[in-house]
Design a protein around this ligand. Structure first.
Ligand code: GAZ
Length: 265
């Protein structure tokens, strides 16, 4: 058997979950060996050399030692390189349509992360409006291309694989920002899509409780494994296990919780 590619990743990272969903859908869960990188520690110089100085993950290394960066590029590569049904649409026009939707993931992701990380109360409204406008854009797109369906096409595909991990991370917005999609007709189509994405059996690698607990530090404005002031352990720590820790306080603008209160020590 051919040697497998290695994916260096951060567990629970949405960009890495995209790859896990693809493997699940293709029935190829064991086709890649995942290697966990602890981003709270300095990066292994050997890996840093391979990535030519950049630290963002996931990164795929082929058996020949070639490096591929960027989750969407890796996703396409694995879709083409591994056996199993193609995730992307094979019709060129349909593939273009799904790519237009995929093209909206960057600004959508950024808007949600900026909101969860925001520390300035008076900017909440503006940031919330921005995210709602982006949801409206998704709604409009889905309504135009598949008004009566659930997914963009008949089934969970490439666009769903790209967006589902982000919809899941945005559980942190419901918890820390009391953010809900307005229950208005103009969001009906995207609500149906989002719900079906969240419930799809190939996308159950993480759950709400895990995300809410692990991303507490993001809600304090500390991303990427950085430590908030006065703390000695990141909420992303693998130990103690998230299941054993209490739910963090919802009030992200209030007094921050200590290591002890978070069950980290
Ligand atoms: N575009 C890349 C991809 O693969 O799709 C993004 C990869 C990425 O950002 N990876 C992050 C990483 O490896 C972890 S996830 N960081 C470790 C390091 O040393 O660089 C996203 C945001 C944001 C804040 C956080 C994240 C996030 O905006 O989830 O916006 C998109 C990082 C404030």
């Amino acid at each position: 058997m051919m040697e497998k590619p290695t994916v260096y990743h951060i567990p629970v990272c949405p960009f890495s979950q995209r790859l896990e969903i693809l493997l699940e859908l293709k029935g190829q869960r064991d086709a890649v060996s995942f290697q966990v990188v602890d981003i709270t520690r300095p990066r292994d110089p050997e890996l840093l050399e391979k990535t030519r100085g950049t630290t963002a993950l996931p990164v795929l290394e082929t058996p020949e030692g070639r490096i591929i960066k960027e989750s969407l590029v890796i996703l396409n590569y694995l879709d083409e390189a591994l056996p199993g049904p193609l995730l992307r649409r094979s019709d060129p026009l349909e593939h273009a349509v799904e790519n237009m939707l995929v093209g909206k993931e960057g600004s959508f992701t950024t808007a949600g992360y900026l909101l969860v990380m925001n520390q300035v109360q008076k900017q909440r409204g503006k940031m919330t409006d921005k995210l709602i406008a982006l949801y409206a854009e998704l709604d409009d797109f889905l309504r135009f291309h598949n008004p009566h369906g659930v997914f963009l096409f008949e089934d969970f595909g490439l666009a769903e694989t790209v967006f589902t991990p982000i919809f899941m991370r945005f559980w942190f917005l419901e918890y820390y920002e009391a953010f809900e999609l307005p229950r208005r007709a103009e969001f009906d189509r995207v609500s149906v899509w989002r719900e079906a994405c969240l419930n799809h059996p190939a996308a159950q690698q993480v759950g709400r409780e895990e995300i809410v607990k692990l991303y507490y530090d993001y809600a304090l404005g500390a991303g990427n494994g950085a430590l908030p002031e006065g703390r000695s352990r990141s909420s992303f720590a693998f130990e103690p296990h998230w299941r054993e820790r209490p739910w963090p306080p919802k009030e992200k603008y209030g007094k921050p919780a200590s290591d002890e209160a978070l069950g980290l020590v």
